[in-house]
Design a protein around this ligand. Structure first.
Ligand SMILES: Nc1ncnc2c1ncn2[C@@H]1O[C@H](COP(=O)(O)OP(=O)(O)OP(=O)(O)O)[C@@H](O)[C@H]1O
Length: 362
């Protein structure tokens, strides 16, 4: 972060009765940053966003917006417009009237309102629909109206709560590009709540991963992907192979460890303070796993192909070891083309030591 943060959550807790929806949220959001808050249903992401918008008050802790403590300050007095999943457009107003709405509420004169609304309709490429009713628009056009309506007051920060979840897959990808470009062009801070990893990781500068009210990790997509902070994050990402192991002995290349399926070498840099007998958890991401034919003499774990799944230009192969452990290997179709990998085929799974990442102790 280059300048002072635009948002600061200082040990913020939100309880509903005895239930803790958000537990000690303590983080900052940089000016002009695209921050995604991600996690499964009920983890507290919307509550976090609603506290920032002034729709919920923290039970304890402080929220600062642009350096000012805003606990208790009404939502209309914060300039933190929000775009909802439902969009919440006014069906009885035209597109132009929807976009002008918050300017009207602020007492902006008619001519200026119309001019400012036109500018945003133009930016969002929906000028031609200005006089239409909301019911006469497609899903993507409605999204653009909702964005224009939220941005017309030129806020410093925009809050978005699952704004794309109702769109079909194709439109979702297009709107992701629209949002991403808009955020970069305007330089406005976006705080974006989603349960979708692909949305969060493709658009955000940093991602907050929440589980049961707790922030599990905050980092850039690459940091989180390469170095998940704990087992929860590694499992949530879904692409890591996780091994429980015991440290055996120090060797020239690092440490030899014994895990459920055999032995592995962990680089010394990953285990700076290890000693024999230590229990560790390490991960190897699916894309760093290798597959070889059973007769290739490659050292590794023998496993049986259980199935596969297309992931864009690659395939994720799911295998099962003799002891029933599931392994995941992600490879391009080209790399896989020479392997027999029908369900039931046996293959050797291996990896190089440099791709092992040890999870920090909890
Ligand atoms: N007004 C409320 N009263 C009581 N409990 C609430 C209230 N609002 C939220 N909760 C609870 O707090 C928890 C977090 O809710 P929140 O809406 O923040 O989750 P979320 O991560 O946004 O989930 P989703 O993706 O399903 O929207 C949930 O268990 C929810 O039931």
């Amino acid at each position: 972060m280059t300048s002072s943060p635009i948002v600061k959550f200082d040990n913020v807790v939100k309880k509903f009765g005895d239930f803790t929806a958000v537990e000690k949220a303590d983080f900052e959001i940089g000016r002009g940053e695209f921050l995604a808050i991600m996690g499964s249903s009920g983890c507290g992401k919307t509550t976090t966003l609603r506290m920032l918008a002034g729709l919920e008050d923290p039970t304890s802790g402080n929220i600062y917006l642009d350096g000012e403590r805003v606990n208790g300050r009404a939502t209309w007095d914060r300039d933190t417009p929000m775009v909802w999943q439902s969009l919440a457009l006014f069906p009885f107003l035209t597109v132009q009237e929807n976009v002008e709405f918050s300017l009207k509420m602020r007492g902006v004169a008619k001519a200026e309102r119309a001019e400012r609304a036109r500018k945003w309709l133009d930016k969002m490429q929906i000028t031609e629909f200005a006089n239409r009713n909301i019911a006469q628009l497609s899903g993507g056009q409605r999204q653009r109206v909702a964005l224009a309506r939220a941005l017309v007051t030129e806020p410093k920060i925009l809050l978005l709560d699952e704004p794309l979840s109702a769109l079909d897959a194709h439109l979702k990808v297009r709107m992701q590009a629209v949002l991403s470009n808009l955020q970069k062009d305007l330089g406005i801070t976006f705080v974006y709540v989603t349960h979708s990893m692909s949305e969060a990781f493709s658009m955000a500068d940093r991602v907050v991963i929440m589980s049961r009210g707790r922030i599990e990790q905050i980092g850039t997509p690459v940091e989180i992907y390469r170095e998940p902070r704990n087992r929860f994050v590694a499992e949530f990402l879904g692409s890591a192979n996780i091994f429980e192991a015991t440290v055996e002995e120090e060797i020239a290349e690092g440490w030899k460890v014994i895990h459920e399926e055999g032995r592995a070498i962990i680089p010394a840099s990953e285990l700076p303070d290890a000693k024999t007998g230590d229990k560790i958890t390490f991960i190897v991401s699916a894309e760093n796993m290798q597959l070889s034919a059973p007769d290739s003499e490659q050292d590794g774990i023998e496993a049986t192909v259980a199935g596969d799944e297309f992931v864009g230009g690659t395939a994720m192969i799911f295998l099962e070891t003799a002891s029933g452990k599931e392994l995941k290997v992600q490879k391009s179709h080209e790399e896989l083309s020479t392997l027999k990998r029908k369900a039931g085929s046996k293959l050797i799974v291996s990896w190089s030591a440099e791709h092992c990442h040890v999870l920090p102790d909890e």
